[in-house]
Design a protein around this ligand. Structure first.
Ligand SMILES: C[S@@+](CC[C@H](N)C(=O)[O-])C[C@H]1O[C@@H](n2cnc3c(N)ncnc32)[C@H](O)[C@@H]1O
Length: 182
C-alpha cells in the first residue's frame, strides 16, 4: 500500500501521537485515532491561534514515509498500546537517523490500584487503559531491539489517569533512532 505524505511544504515534521483534543502547541502534526478528539483539536486551534495540523490516524500504521520525521512525541499515549514493540518499530520507521522519540507517560501502579482504576473508568463508560503504565526497564529493553541507540529517562511530575482520583509518577523518555534499519 502506498503511504500518503502529510500536508504542508516542509519535508521534516514533528509529530505528536495520540494528541487527543489538546495537541502540543509545538507539534506540527497531531494524530489520534479518535475522530471526536481530532475534531475538537481542530476547533481549538483553527481560529485565533496557529496549532498543529490534526489528522485521524492509527499510530501503529502512520501515513508517513520512512525517515521523514525528525521528532515524535507521545504524551500519555503509550499506556493505551498493548504492543510496545509494534509502536516502537513504527515510530522508528518514520524517524530519520538520529531523530528522537519523546515519550511522556506514567509508570506502573500497584496491581490492586490499577484494578481499581479499571473499575473506575468502566463504571463511567470511559475506555479502560489496557496497559498498567510504562515500565522503564521494559521500554529500555524494547528500544534496544527496535533500532534506538539511546533510551534516557527522567522523572517529570505526575500523570493524572482520571482527574485527580488516580495519579502516578510520570517519566519522560528520550529515545534516539539509530542509523541502521530496525
Ligand atoms: C490519555 S489520552 C492523551 C491525550 C493527549 N496526548 C494529552 O496529553 O492530553 C491518549 C490518547 O491516545 C489516543 N490513542 C490511543 N491509541 C491510539 C492509536 N493506536 N493511534 C492513535 N491514537 C491513539 C487516544 O484516542 C487518546 O486520545
Amino acid at each position: 500500500m502506498g503511504r500518503a505524505e502529510p500536508p504542508g511544504p516542509a519535508r521534516k515534521y514533528v509529530l505528536e501521537l495520540g494528541c487527543g483534543s489538546h495537541p502540543a502547541p509545538n507539534a506540527q502534526i497531531g494524530i489520534d485515532r479518535d475522530f471526536a478528539a481530532v475534531r475538537a483539536a481542530r476547533a481549538s486551534t483553527a481560529c485565533d491561534r496557529p496549532g498543529p495540523v490534526c489528522l485521524v490516524a492509527d499510530a501503529l500504521r502512520l501515513p508517513l514515509a520512512d525517515g521523514s520525521v525528525s521528532g515524535v512525541l507521545a504524551r500519555g499515549m503509550l499506556h493505551h498500546i498493548l504492543d510496545l514493540t509494534a509502536i516502537l518499530r513504527e515510530v522508528r520507521r518514520v524517524l530519520e537517523p538520529g531523530g528522537t522519540f519523546t515519550v511522556v507517560d506514567a509508570v506502573p501502579m500497584p496491581a490492586d490500584r490499577y484494578a481499581e482504576l479499571c473499575r473506575y473508568l468502566q463504571a463511567r463508560g470511559h475506555p479502560i487503559e489496557p496497559r498498567n503504565g510504562v515500565d522503564p526497564a521494559e521500554l529500555g529493553a524494547l528500544a534496544e531491539v527496535t533500532g534506538y541507540t539511546q533510551a534516557d529517562w527522567e522523572e517529570t511530575g505526575r500523570w493524572q489517569h482520571a482527574g485527580e482520583a488516580f495519579t502516578s509518577p510520570a517519566l519522560t523518555w528520550t529515545l534516539r533512532a539509530g542509523s541502521g534499519a530496525s
